[in-house]
Design a protein around this ligand. Structure first.
Ligand code: HEM
Length: 546
């Protein structure tokens, strides 16, 4: 969801335009004129008489920074430029689009939090509209529709309300560990099941039955469709919206083709669970899922002859938001937890010791519950360190400025796209000693052997657009982490010679920063772990089915 892909996408769009030019020089000249005009109008005409723009590397004529910013791991390059130009805000432009990158927590807090109302907008996501997304909070521009969606979606996820989902989350945590013990070679299915089961149940009341559930596949397909669609607001349709009406077979419209190819998948994700839920309601089944609750309000208003501000399309889109925003992020975070525990056996052992001493495991033989979590400080530090090591959206989800602004004598024009460089903030050597090292103790005070470093900030965004699901996500991750530490032994896999050999897995830094599927060895940590998991799962299954 972050920036590197938008540069990449522009490259694809632009090189396709150049290909077209081979057969149609007039088209190239026309497009060049449009680009030059939009660059002038969007950028320089607005800057006349204002303070200077923030610094940044020199741009190329016409193309601006499109060839300057790397496609991969741009967040690292931005962090280097911030040092080189001795600034916390960098400025870039390309084809009339302007963007700034905020490289310190101070800049992000000042602009996105304190001046939040000026940075609550998003760029327009025309390509996502073409892909068939219903109104979706994450992509909505600032305005009454956005505010209505946020007002409806936020309440069930505030900290005081997410307790209603704890039984579900614990059940899925137990299922994950049991799945990983029973099918260690297929631990990723257990990961995907864990994340999608939680969001489908909350959004629609749908149960994911078994490892072969079609819902797991649909969630995977959607993740693929979104993951490869490029960064939001980066396609030629986003730059020049009228191009969405061009035929998609034109050589330079490959992203429109992509949107149309994946449209059925997106429509399935937003449509199928919604239709299934409407059917269960029509058959008289009620549950407390988001859709059932909203449909209850909708029916009641309709019966009273009152206008429904929140339309059926809105309910459909808002429910899909829960799945889109909450599924992949949770799955990717759980993969990171497995990775860091595997890579850092001493951390794993320390966390096991913390759990064992609390649960007195050998005598009582029980698994961690919600009431144990506040008494597991080291487990919590592991989660904080996981957030810091690899922010999933290293450049956040872009905000956009509503009006002209000046920050530390630098001009930020209206309509500028704003990327918080969360990775740079989490890896700032002035704040974190040896930031590339996974060291959960760094947050402890010095007298307890730590460095007194602050918890990372920004992984869930900033200001008015901050993630609504962070309390839910944190609960999911903490309960699954504690259950894993208690029941699983996670080690390097055995190689062909039967040795455990450390390796660095592959990563993808285009858009989101995610670890690619990797091999690991997962076994039950104690002789009773599996039976304990199975017994508690059975009890919870009865409970959550009610
Ligand atoms: C580890 C898990 C998660 C991470 C790292 C994460 C991260 C983020 C980030 C970085 C943003 C952008 C905030 C901004 O623009 O400043 C965001 C927005 C959002 N997240 Fe999450 N998220 C996670 C889980 C969830 C879950 C479980 C839900 C489900 C309810 C959710 C729902 C949303 C929504 C609806 C938005 C859009 C908010 C808006 O634009 O007003 N997220 N998230």
């Amino acid at each position: 969801m972050a920036q590197p892909q938008h540069i990449n996408a522009m490259k694809q769009d632009f090189s396709s335009l150049l290909n077209l030019g081979a057969s149609s020089p007039i088209a190239v000249l026309g497009l060049a004129a449009i680009v030059l005009f939009s660059v002038y109008r969007a950028l320089w005409s607005r800057n006349a008489g204002n303070p200077p723009l923030p610094p940044g590397p020199p741009a190329e004529p016409v193309l601006g920074h499109y060839r300057i910013v790397p496609q991969d791991a741009a967040f690292r390059r931005y962090a280097d430029w911030a040092k080189e130009y001795d600034t916390d805000v960098l400025f870039f432009h390309s084809f009339g689009t302007k963007w700034v990158v905020l490289n310190t927590l101070a800049a992000a807090t000042e602009l996105l939090d304190k001046r939040g109302s000026n940075y609550a907008d998003r760029p327009r996501f025309v390509m996502f509209e073409e892909m068939g997304w219903s109104p979706t909070l994450t992509w909505l521009r600032w305005g009454p529709k956005y505010q209505l969606h946020r007002k409806v979606l936020q309440p069930p996820f505030v900290k005081s309300k997410v307790a209603q989902y704890t039984a579900l989350q614990r059940r899925e945590a137990l299922r994950f560990c049991l799945g990983a013990i029973d099918h260690p070679e297929d631990w990723l299915t257990a990961v995907r099941r864990f994340s999608v089961s939680i969001v489908l149940k909350i959004a629609y009341g749908i149960e994911v039955e078994g490892r072969d559930s079609p819902w797991i596949k649909l969630a995977g397909d959607t993740a693929h469709a979104v993951g490869k669609s490029g960064a939001p607001a980066s396609s030629i349709m986003d730059r020049i919206p009228a191009t969405r009406y061009l035929p998609d077979w034109l050589p330079f419209m490959e992203r429109l083709r992509y949107a149309h190819t994946w449209r059925p998948t997106i429509q399935n994700l937003t449509g199928l669970p919604f239709e299934a839920t409407l059917k269960t309601r029509a058959a008289g089944t009620e549950n407390n899922s988001f859709v059932h609750t909203r449909m209850g309000h909708w029916d009641a208003n309709k019966a009273k002859g009152q206008v429904n501000d929140f339309s059926l399309e809105d309910i459909k889109g808002a429910a899909a938001t829960i799945v889109i925003a909450g599924n992949d992020t949770t799955a990717a975070s759980l993969m990171l937890l497995v990775l860091y525990l595997m890579q850092n056996p001493s951390v794993q052992h320390k966390a096991q010791a913390e759990l064992d001493s609390l649960l007195n495991n050998k005598e009582e033989n029980r698994l961690p519950t919600w009431s144990d979590l506040p008494n597991l400080p080291y487990t919590n530090l592991i989660l904080q360190e996981t957030y810091r090591m690899n922010p999933l959206s290293p450049l956040g989800i872009p905000h956009a400025s509503v009006a002209d602004d000046v920050y530390n004598g630098m001009f930020i024009p209206k309509g500028t796209i704003v990327y918080p460089n969360v990775w740079a903030m989490c890896h700032d050597e002035r704040v974190y000693e040896r930031p590339g090292r996974f060291w959960p103790e760094r947050y402890l005070p010095e007298e307890e052997g730590g460095n007194g470093e602050p918890f990372p900030v920004g992984n869930f965004g900033f200001g008015r657009r901050i993630c609504i699901g962070r309390a839910l996500a944190e609960n999911s991750l903490l309960i699954v982490l504690a259950t894993m530490i208690s029941t699983l032994r996670i080690e390097w896999p055995l190689d062909e010679e039967g040795k455990r050999t450390p390796f660095e897995p592959e990563w993808s830094f285009r858009g989101q920063a995610i670890v690619m599927p990797f091999k690991t060895s997962i076994t039950a940590r104690t002789t009773t772990a599996r039976s304990l998991l199975a017994a508690e799962l059975e009890a919870l299954e009865r409970h959550t089915e009610e």
